[in-house]
Write a protein that binds this ligand. Structure first.
Ligand code: KIV
Length: 266
């Protein structure tokens, strides 16, 4: 068994240009499986609201839901770094965000919290960072904002949108974020985020010019109901078992064979 992944490992992987492989998991059995397949980062995402609970968005997910699934996943990991989402409205101000992060780390066993944030929320990221909480800042498409956005749309496609994304990236890095994660973002803008910041950058639907990739487990196993997202790929269809599918995903990210052009937005 390789040594456990830490934030230092992820920073070193960026420096060495060794792609970081991340995936979601929500339970003990899959946590063991993805850990054994060699992923570096496991995210207990609030996407569990959709893929585990059957909601139409991540909005109904509670902090207690996140703490429960985090405990289940933590028991299954030996090597991977455990990142956990702060769910909708659990991070509205410094105090609330700190209490939420404390619960996920102390009760759940999270190594890091992920917050959907833009430049205006940099003070909350700063408060978490000052308190010693490792933070991943998630921007580009922020699914918790679906009510305001009116749907899930690719971000950064026009000049003003691209400018906003780059401003978010700089502000969140300056506030003390440790990792950046961009979702459904024009690949050219994701590449600019990578050029203009120093933190490990993980992408989903953001092209190949990121330091790592993440997918939702159910999407890459082809079991998410309905139309699969364009940026994902059904690795189970290629391989025939869940274990081989995750191993194939790990290999494809490490060799930069995933994502391909067809998974990327202009
Ligand atoms: O909740 C989640 O699964 C996520 C990923 C899409 C990155 O935030």
């Amino acid at each position: 068994m390789n040594a456990a992944v830490t934030l230092a490992t992820l920073r070193r992987m960026k420096t060495e240009q060794s792609p970081i492989v991340a995936i979601t998991a929500y339970d003990y059995s899959f946590a063991r499986l993805v850990d054994a397949a060699g992923v570096d980062v496991v995210l207990v995402g609030d996407s569990l609201g959709m893929v585990m609970q059957g909601h139409g968005s991540t909005v109904p997910v509670t902090l207690s839901d996140m703490a429960y699934h985090t405990r289940c996943v933590a028991r299954g990991l030996e090597r991977a770094y455990l990142m956990v989402d702060l769910p909708f409205l659990s991070d509205t101000d410094d105090h609330t965000a700190l209490r939420s992060a404390a619960r996920l780390m102390k009760e759940g066993g999270a190594d890091m919290v992920k917050i959907e944030a833009h430049a205006a929320q940099a003070p909350v990221v700063e408060a978490l960072s000052h308190a010693g909480v490792p933070v991943c800042a998630h921007f580009g498409l922020r699914p918790q904002r679906v009510g305001q956005l009116g749907g899930y749309r690719v971000q950064g496609r026009d000049e003003a949108g691209a400018r906003q994304v780059l401003e978010d990236a700089r502000a969140l890095e300056a506030a003390g974020a440790d990792i950046l994660l961009v979702e459904c973002l024009s690949a050219a803008v994701a590449a600019q985020v990578r050029e203009q910041t120093t933190l490990p950058l993980i992408g989903i639907g953001a092209g190949v010019d990121c330091d790592g990739q993440i997918l939702v487990l159910q999407d890459m196993l082809g079991v998410t109901p309905g139309q699969p997202p364009r940026f994902s790929h059904d690795f189970l269809a290629d391989t025939g078992s869940a274990q081989s599918a995750v191993e194939a995903y790990v290999e494809a990210v490490r060799t930069r064979d995933f994502p391909r052009r067809e998974h990327t937005f202009e």
